[in-house]
Design a protein around this ligand. Structure first.
Ligand SMILES: NC(=O)c1ccc[n+]([C@@H]2O[C@H](COP(=O)([O-])OP(=O)(O)OC[C@H]3O[C@@H](n4cnc5c(N)ncnc54)[C@H](OP(=O)(O)O)[C@@H]3O)[C@@H](O)[C@H]2O)c1
Length: 343
């Protein structure tokens, strides 16, 4: 094929364990042409999320898994390059499920039509997927709506140096909470302390359970769960009376596809409440969270990190960073340079 092509990562088979590039076909197709009511979007930044791994697995979940042969589902930001649509004019930036590909065809009336971003953004484009996008909004509603922290509460967060966790912790600090993060390695823990966390527990270090107990002398009032497994069990053992457990994710289980088993006895003994949530349920309140997050970022009250990986072909590597813990903050793949893509 000569001239520009649309490179697409098509799911070839269901990965077992860690995802490899062999689980995909790297197709090269012609760039789609829009019909009336459609537009073509050049993908610029892909949001790399633990849920990408869930979508590859044929298990009961909140959306159907990606079908074999389909383009990998993924949230992304892109720019409209060719339009026969009123809703998506050429040059507009859009955010939605554009997929792991160079170009997406979007339509005015599709069930998962992307949103048009405002002309003026509160943060750089890539951060509209992170602190002012999916992960920031998840942190905001997960903590405030489900966790309902009160000033003076002890809030503990797992995967605390990640995209969601680092924002949860800073929102907890803004609400006057004693804030404790659990993360893997001294570098991540040092960053959490720099952000103002009262304590940072390195779960890869010897004696981390004792360190967690020391950091939570009055128990845990709000536990924000991103991981599952032994970290969840250790946190459950520290729950305070009438604690709230926010079930955001169980990343320790996604590669194996196993159930997130846990010891639920402390929830009974401490009359605790555990509640799961899926952030897409908050679609109607999205802008409320973005406004608050943007305000905190502008005021220097929330800081964020990004791990930017260049090249669509490195999407699988980028996804595996989440499971190896080699990311700091939000992982995005830069598929194309924003400025070079304007129509
Ligand atoms: N409910 C929702 O709607 C929703 C929306 C977005 C995200 N989530 C969930 O939120 C969680 C965090 O997502 P994110 O995008 O912010 O990712 P992230 O925290 O930026 O990255 C994942 C982190 O998880 C940790 N991790 C991975 N495997 C682990 C294991 N086996 N044991 C302990 N820690 C492990 C690693 O940190 P360490 O180096 O510290 O181990 C890694 O950096 C995920 O569970 C995700 O599914 C839920």
């Amino acid at each position: 094929m000569t001239g520009p092509v649309n490179r697409r990562l098509l799911l070839r088979r269901r990965p077992e364990g860690r995802v490899t590039l062999d689980d995909f076909t790297f197709a090269r197709e012609t760039i789609p042409q829009p019909n009336d009511g459609e537009a073509v979007v050049r993908v610029l930044f892909l949001s790399i999320d633990p849920t990408n791994r869930i979508w590859m697995t044929d298990v009961d979940q909140y959306m159907p898994p990606v079908a074999i042969g389909d383009v990998m589902r993924g949230a992304a930001i892109g720019i409209v390059t060719d339009s026969r649509s009123v809703r998506y004019p050429a040059g507009a930036y859009v955010s939605g499920l554009l997929g792991w590909q160079d170009y997406a065809l979007v339509s005015d009336s599709g069930p998962s039509s992307p949103n048009v971003l405002p002309a003026t953004l509160p943060v750089p484009l890539s951060a509209m997927l992170g602190v002012c996008g999916l992960t920031g909004v998840t942190a905001y509603f997960g903590l405030l709506d489900i966790g309902k922290p009160k000033s003076g509460d002890t809030v503990v967060i797992s995967a605390a140096a990640g995209a969601v966790g680092s924002i949860v912790g800073q929102i907890a600090l803004l609400h006057g909470c004693r804030t404790v993060g659990i993360a893997g390695g001294p570098e991540k823990c040092a960053w959490l302390r720099e952000l103002g966390f009262h304590a940072a527990i390195d779960y890869k270090a010897h004696g981390w359970r004792d360190a967690l107990a020391e950091a939570t002398p009055n128990g845990i009032d709000v536990y924000f769960e991103n991981v599952g497994g032994e970290i969840m069990d250790a946190a459950f053992e520290r729950l305070a009376l009438r604690a709230r457990v926010v079930l955001c994710g169980f990343i320790a289980n996604y590669n194996s596809g196993t159930r997130a088993d846990g010891n639920f006895t402390p929830l009974l003994m401490k009359r605790a409440r555990a509640e799961g949530f899926i952030i897409s349920d908050y679609r109607g309140r999205w802008l409320e969270a973005v406004a608050a997050l943007a305000g905190w970022v502008a005021a220097g009250k929330i800081r964020y990190r990004e791990t930017i990986v260049d090249g669509l072909e490195r999407s699988v590597d980028a996804l595996n960073m989440l499971f190896d813990g080699t990311n700091l903050g939000k992982v995005v793949v830069r598929v194309a340079e924003p400025d070079a893509s304007a129509p």
